[in-house]
Design a protein around this ligand. Structure first.
Ligand code: GLY
Ligand code: MN
Ligand code: MN
Length: 359
């Protein structure tokens, strides 16, 4: 597969042409800075003018910034707001578009004080989509992350039986993902047995698995900064009719949503397809979250597959599909895959079978 040796100049070009209204853009989100420059350190700022790009870092990161981000001029600051003001003066900037979800109120007030003649404008919501369409190299990393996670899961599945604690499984899964080449887990691995599986984001604890439990395992790996996200819900021992029925309905919602994914379909439509299937079965009020989300440098990023989201899916987006039904105090089922959107449909990157496994 061909890889662009330096995708960063294209990304910066896209940023600049997408938001031309202000003299400079101020990017503060760590993942956005990484996406635009290759810089993997924390706590910096990126300023982009029409024909200049400055990466501002403190003394800890100067050497790393020069190595990671050869396409940007590196500016060392002691206080970030002072550095931003100095670069703005240097380029005689009259207006700055900034990442409003990331800039704190106190830093904003400092900047207003140091740059009284500069107009500050929050970047529009469409900025959130900067990273939504992935290039081949990004897709390869997510694919690799999904493979590592899936292989670790296959090994850990052998230890799921009555008497084993949730946190032992979570620990073993994370250990195997890292041994398998992951930089880290995508998020704190969820292993939730029995009544805990009714909590969509349970923390693994000391509960031991018992016969008849659903065990919900939501896990992912990070490779080259890119995440995977997958949920398998297994049944230990013997399944009741109700458990089989609800599992089947959630799987149908999942399969129908995945079957509808292709470039051009709206994100809200995918949510509607999954949700209406569960609504028709009288379970809609037990499906308490959106159907999915984008995955990339962050485990949750644009787009959201949720009610009312009119944005169209585009080829190259990587999104999850994860319907769930949660019966408080009893048990829950979630089935989640990470998929790559294509012109004709989608490719499932998380390859573990989602047929009901009774073990
Ligand atoms: N693991 C978090 C999620 O599925 O969104
Ligand atoms: Mn997940
Ligand atoms: Mn997810």
């Amino acid at each position: 597969m061909r890889h662009d040796p330096s995708p960063f100049s294209n990304r910066v070009g896209r940023l600049r042409s997408g938001f031309p209204e202000t003299d400079a853009l101020l990017i503060l989100g760590e993942k956005n800075i990484r996406y635009l420059t290759g810089f993997t350190g924390g706590d910096g700022a990126l300023m982009a003018g029409p024909d200049w790009l400055t990466l501002l870092v403190d003394g800890r990161y100067v050497t790393q910034a020069r190595a990671d981000a050869p396409g940007a001029e590196v500016f060392e600051f002691r206080k970030r707001a002072d550095g931003i003001a100095a670069v703005a003066h240097q380029h005689k900037v009259g207006s700055i578009g900034f990442e409003s979800p990331v800039l704190t109120v106190s830093e904003y007030l400092k900047l207003k004080e140091s740059l009284p003649d500069v107009s500050f404008q929050p970047l529009p919501p469409s900025f959130e989509f900067l990273r939504a369409v992935k290039d081949e190299e990004e897709i390869d990393r997510i694919r690799e992350a999904a493979q590592i996670a899936g292989k670790a899961f296959a090994a850990v599945r052998e230890m799921i039986r009555p008497g084993v604690r949730e946190k032992e499984i979570a620990l073993d899964l994370e250990y195997r993902m890292r041994r398998g080449g992951a930089e880290q887990a995508s998020f704190e691995t969820i292993v939730a047995a029995g009544a805990n599986s009714a909590l969509p984001h349970a923390t693994p604890g000391s509960r031991t698995i018992a016969d008849g439990d659903f065990v919900m395992i939501d896990y992912g790996a990070v490779c080259g900064g890119y995440h995977s996200d997958e949920t398998c819900t297994l049944l230990v021992g013997s399944a009741s009719e109700r458990q089989r029925e609800i599992y089947r309905l959630v799987l149908e919602a999942h399969d129908r949503a995945i079957g509808a994914i292709r470039a051009g379909v709206s994100c809200g439509e995918i949510d509607r397809i999954a949700r209406s299937h569960l609504n028709e079965a009288g379970l809609g009020n037990l499906f308490s979250h959106g159907t999915g989300h984008g995955v990339g440098l962050e485990v949750h990023e644009a787009p959201r597959l949720a009610a009312g989201r009119e944005e169209a899916l585009q080829a190259g987006m990587v999104v999850t599909v994860e319907p769930g039904v949660y019966l408080p105090g009893l048990w829950g089922v979630r089935i989640e895959d990470t998929v790559l959107v294509t012109d004709k449909g989608c490719e499932i990157l998380t390859r573990t079978s989602k047929e009901l496994a009774v073990i």
